[in-house]
Ligand binder design. Structure first.
Ligand SMILES: [Zn+2]
Ligand SMILES: [Zn+2]
Length: 261
């Protein structure tokens, strides 16, 4: 069993903290884990968040003490040290990059010299507005048309996949987290996405985070999307999106079969 997405975010960049993730993974019977952090932990990536600062509540969020508090090299050096040790399971490391097309050139330049096992691309905002925060209803969902939000989100996801910057797509249908849905059928969108993922050799996550963190009824990605990925032969990876050691591997056993079949 694999957990392809977990964050050190809420703890220090120390071996002891990483061991907590590894020990939990072994307890849950995982054979491979992928450890990452959001690019908003690392000072090198500060410029790609400028477009969020237009809104005061987002600017305040970016001023939090866990933001831009380390160098990405501290993280990479730590994870290299971890990989030199034998843990009885495979431990890989990478980044979850907040992608926005206007920063693609910057990202290409910044990511190129970094030694990473994988690079996860994520859409967390729609043209400068975060869609998954407690303030997102007020800023986005109650203001803009839901169909337009969905259309724009998947346009951004397509650009992300086609950028060739990433090896993995984070939580493809996370937009459902507050149970807002479009009135149009997403099948055509899913087909295009599946084709692009295959063409660019990008793995799609089957991510359980929305289920246990936001209490959404789907345990992982929605069934229609999963079926489409299967039909097109998209390579998939199970992921918990754990933000603390105890969440490592959460519900992965429940989605493993549908992901790998
Ligand atoms: Zn994410
Ligand atoms: Zn994440």
């Amino acid at each position: 069993m694999i957990d392809g997405h977990m964050h050190l975010e809420n703890g220090p960049l120390t071996k002891e903290y990483v061991y907590e993730f590894i020990n939990e993974a072994k307890k849950k019977g995982l054979t491979t884990i992928q450890i990452l952090d959001h690019t908003h932990r690392f000072v090198e990536f500060k410029p790609i968040y400028e477009n969020l600062r237009t809104y005061e509540v987002q600017d305040l969020w970016l001023q939090g003490k866990t933001k831009f508090c380390n160098s990405v090299h501290e993280f990479i050096d730590l994870m290299k040290d971890i990989q030199r040790e034998d843990h009885g399971i495979e431990v890989l490391y990478g980044l979850e990059v907040c992608y926005a097309p206007e920063y693609e050139t910057f990202l290409r330049k910044t990511l190129a010299p970094l030694e990473l096992d994988f690079v996860v691309g994520a859409i967390h905002s729609i043209d400068g507005i975060l869609y998954d925060m407690n303030f997102s209803k007020e800023l986005l969902w109650n203001v803009q048309d839901v169909n337009s939000i969905y259309q724009r989100y998947y346009e951004l996801v397509m650009q992300l996949v086609r950028s060739a910057l990433f090896t993995q797509l984070a939580h493809p249908d996370q937009l459902k987290l507050f149970n807002y849905y479009p009135t149009y059928d997403l099948q055509e969108t899913y087909n295009e996405l599946a084709k692009a993922l295959v063409e660019h050799h990008v793995k799609a996550e089957n991510n359980t985070g929305i289920h246990y963190r936001y209490h959404h009824e789907d345990i992982g990605d929605n069934k229609q999307l999963l079926q489409t990925f299967k039909t097109y032969g998209v390579s998939m990876i199970t992921a918990s999106d754990a933000h603390q050691p105890s969440h490592v591997g959460t519900d992965i056993d429940k989605i493993e079969k549908e992901t790998m079949a």
